[in-house]
Design a protein around this ligand. Structure first.
Ligand SMILES: NC(=O)c1ccc[n+]([C@@H]2O[C@H](COP(=O)([O-])OP(=O)(O)OC[C@H]3O[C@@H](n4cnc5c(N)ncnc54)[C@H](O)[C@@H]3O)[C@@H](O)[C@H]2O)c1
Ligand SMILES: O=C(O)C[C@H](O)C(=O)O
Length: 331
């Protein structure tokens, strides 16, 4: 029996994400919570002929508590999205409070759940959840994840497009490190699997352009949606693929690897290697982790990157440090 919960389930990400989770055979129970419309979305999804039992909850009548009780995995896409001209940090004012309150609900009602944070700014909302859990004495860094999967999805899609090989679209994986905003996003095209051609990797102009596109892919969608929000469908796809990995790990599958923004303390030895590799003493970083039934089992080293990729690390560290520190002021 696996219970998955979506907090913010009636939103632009929440609805398609809930649909994808309803379609996942590893989910047996799906609880949808939002301040609006969650019961309607739940009834709609409940007509789909897959095993997961779906229920929807609103704030009255202890809705959050009922949604969270017994949860194994909680995904949080609750909060406001960007409009053109905004940065993700501009969302902090509103989303920090939303995420803090939902984290309090999780600490009280599902302290052992895996918590996957989508709400922006991820570089700051993840540390907020950690602080709330610490306050309640239930923090386990192995079970808290910032969802940065969309950056990997974008880096993989854009590079398959750039080398004009659409057949690679769903096979290519480009690791992305760092955080989830602008210069903190560090795609490592040199580590792509399968490897990208030398003609791509050695062309500085192409590399710089595609690195920029991955870093600002979110802005591309915000601009195209022209005031109607940010990425929802690609995010739902990315989020569901991360949840799928978590579910496989919970069910006992070995060697499940996922990229995610984690507290490096989740695996002190692995975290120390990352700090050495990036040349900075940062608390959180997006890295590849090996997942197990109790959460992060290992933080995997970054390994070899090119001089160009390495040169991007310094700017990322300074920005990430600021994002994480913002949380101290918020408390
Ligand atoms: N991590 C990523 O890669 C990534 C990608 C895309 C979007 N995002 C972020 O995800 C968030 C949601 O985006 P969206 O497009 O789905 O927005 P949206 O406005 O369409 O949906 C957000 C939902 O959250 C709900 N909500 C607000 N306050 C709530 C609360 N206190 N409790 C429960 N639900 C609450 C709203 O009612 C709404 O249904 C934004 O912050 C956005 O920036 C992150
Ligand atoms: O860009 C945004 O604001 C949403 C999200 O973080 C994204 O990367 O698409």
């Amino acid at each position: 029996m696996v219970k998955a919960v979506v907090l913010g389930a009636a939103g632009g990400i929440g609805q398609p994400l809930s649909l994808l989770l309803k379609n996942n055979p590893l989910v047996t129970s799906l609880a949808l919570y939002d301040i609006v419309n969650a019961p309607g979305v739940a009834v709609d999804l409940s007509h789909i002929n897959t095993p997961a039992k779906v229920e929807g909850f609103l704030p009255p009548n202890e809705g959050l508590k009922r949604a969270l009780t017994g949860a194994d995995v909680v995904v949080i896409p609750a909060g406001v999205p960007r409009k053109p001209g905004m940065t993700r940090d501009d969302l902090f004012k509103i989303n920090a409070g939303i995420v803090r309150d939902l984290a309090t609900g999780i600490a009280l009602n599902a302290p052992k759940a895996f918590v996957l944070v989508i709400s922006n700014p991820v570089n700051s909302t993840v540390p907020i959840v950690a602080e709330v859990f610490k306050k309640h004495g239930v923090f386990d860094p192995k079970r808290l994840f910032g969802v940065t999967t969309l950056d990997v999805v974008r880096a993989s899609t854009f590079s398959a497009e750039a080398i004009k090989d659409p057949s690679l679209a769903n096979k290519l994986v480009v690791p992305v490190y760092g955080g989830h905003s602008g210069v903190t996003i560090l795609p490592a095209f040199s580590q792509a699997k399968p490897a990208l051609p030398a003609s791509f990797l050695e062309n500085k102009e192409t590399l710089e352009a595609i690195t920029h596109r991955v870093r600002y892919g979110g802005d591309e969608v915000v601009k195209a949606k022209d005031g109607a929000g940010s990425a929802t469908l690609s995010m739902a796809y990315a989020g569901a693929s991360f949840v799928e990995k978590v579910l496989r790990a919970i069910s006992g599958e070995k060697g499940v690897i996922a990229p995610t923004f984690v507290l490096l303390e989740a695996d002190p030895a692995g975290g120390a290697v990352i700090k050495q590799e990036i040349g900075g003493d940062i608390a959180y970083f997006s890295v590849n982790v090996e997942l197990g039934p109790a959460g992060v089992e290992k933080i995997l080293p970054i390994g070899k990157v090119t001089e160009y990729e390495k040169s991007l690390f310094a700017g990322a560290l300074a920005e990430l440090e600021t994002n994480i520190k913002t949380v101290c002021a918020f408390r």
